[in-house]
Write a protein that binds this ligand. Sequence first.
Ligand SMILES: [Zn+2]
Length: 278
Amino acid sequence: MKKICLLIFLFSYEVKAQWIDWCVPDHFYNFQELEKLYPYITRITPDPDLIDIRRPKYETNPEASFCKRPMEMLDTVVFHHSETASSWTPEMINALHLERSTNNDPWYMIAYSYVISSPYRGETLPVPEVAQGRPLDIVGAHAGGESYVSMDEIQTKLWTEGKVTCGKEGGVFQVDPDLLRNGKIKANVTTVGVVITGNYAPFSKLNPLGYKKDNPRNPTQETLVMAAKMSCQLQKKNPRIKKIGWHSQYKATACPGTIKNYISEIKTIAKGYGCEFN
Ligand SMILES: [Zn+2]
């Protein structure tokens, strides 16, 4: 096995990404440790085995600007529902988000970092799955463009050192002072957006695909376990991620509907996988 690993190691960058999955022992699945041991592959740190993550190939908008962040900026997982039918795939959400913009600035790609596809309670489709959305080191577009949060010492240091930069594909990346307002930073910079496909909010004029009041939609137990594993996996990768929140904490919105009622259960399940969340 070691010889095969060594052979793979001699191949291309992409193959090396796979090499980590095959050859790095489980106890090395720690971001900081990996960074020390394999400085040349820090951008492709593998996910631990807590949950399998599909990695779709997304179309991006080369005209769109986006921002990059170091992992240490992240401290919170924010849950959403997709406000679509639960059958929507991450690729469909990506196509939808490529049509969106904030202040005439088009979105780069799917707004969320992870997509949990799952059926409503009492249903069987879609087949449950977790998919990668935006790479984690790209700032998402999920918490609301007008939502700002306080930074702790480490985040302030990273920001001051110019570690959060914005630009376009293939272009120059620079600090964007608009990310900061009254000493607070855009919530999108410090949070990880995780969306559960489906519409878990009641019907309204603003939410025509919502459920009828007497027939609310709820997540399945499997969905909650996937949400907990996903959050825990993120914490194992980056121990600074200690909070789980939801969209309406950041912005007046019906998102994530009834999923909000299950956040404490998600935290309890995550505890079973060795993670502590506030
Ligand atoms: Zn949302």
